[in-house]
Design a protein around this ligand. Sequence first.
Ligand code: PLP
Length: 421
Amino acid sequence: NSPIRAVDPEIAGLLDRELERQREGLEMIASENFVPRAVLQAQGSVLTNKYAEGYPGRRYYGGCEWVDRVESIARTRACDLFGAQYANVQPHAGAQANAAVYQALIEPGDTVLGLALDHGGHLTHGMKINFSGRFYRAESYGVNPETFRIDPEIIRRRALETHPALIIGGWSAYPRIEDFQAMKEIADEVGARFWVDMAHFAGLVAAGLHPSPVPWADVVSSTAHKTLGGPRSGFILARKEYGKKIDSAVFPGNQGGPLMHVVAAKAVAFKLAGTAEFKDRMARTLEGARILAERLMAPDLAARGITVLTGGTDVHLVMVDLRESDMDGRQGEDLLARVGITVNRNTVPFDPRPASVSSGLRIGTSALATRGFGAAEYEEVADIIGTALAAGRGADVDALRARVDRLVEDFPLYPGLVQTD
Ligand code: PLP
């Protein structure tokens, strides 16, 4: 029972380095967040030792009395938080949740219709070499080429052309709130099921700051670790009638034993997401994204061909459009990394550059809200990013890095935490 520092100093050292990296930079990858210490504790607990194939009260292993309680609490909390009739909290990650949704709702070879990957959709919504594109006939809808927004008329036209069995809402790199009711009506019109993958904006939904897909979608899937701020994992919500099919699609359809330590961590995260403190965090997340979008639409950036897709944001992320700029996505990502800010490059719709380089940056504000940022700090970080991108190769990296250092010092991450004792 020696501590990791004694057993495996090599890995312990790398854990320390990663904590240091997270503490010393500004994390603005839109899909990332910092879990509360209570979530870390649940996830690092002895529940990792327990096999619990099956569901509470119906397990294929003995000794499940305590993990049964944990999973039942997690399910109830997920239902309460999102106003859902049914929840499955076992998916190991978002991709596994989505695989189970397909298996529960449609048959291999059926047609599905989701947002195109290069317009902001996710791999599991029909990418060619993903299971979703290999086992199902994947069709896609794009954004409106004028507004760059998702347009119900385009979805409707594509649905009438392709006759999908399943229409997919939800996205990974898209900055706007869209109309789930309109999508449900299209699904009804063409006789399709309607599924929303709310992985990115689940925290905003939980806080009541984004319309919920739950009243409209047949099934809603999500990750727990993006805006929602829980452990890296997935879950599924649905109307009661789909419960049995989803349960068997998750286990034994796609997974073996659930990761009960992660299920416990999800339960903690669902509890925290119902608090006033969480709602305040989500409100700061949104405010930060609006401040960032505004700064990135200023004349100094426009002069360099840099703008913001859709002219703003309704959610936790901003999509920077570099199509008209001589700086590509990779160069933008690298420049911000040198300043101490982590973002990811991303294709934008109708991107003239290859995906490996791309013409977009996806910048998210949730992790910094968790760190404590409010309007004043977002103004500062927005100006650091704006100044860096406007200057490009000529940016004064040292001066900008010094401004990042001040923010980092003022908002310490996991104060006092030593993870390798
Ligand atoms: N769904 C959406 C919309 C996502 O953005 C992501 C992750 O990026 C996933 C699903 C997949 O989640 P995971 O990485 O946990 O498999």
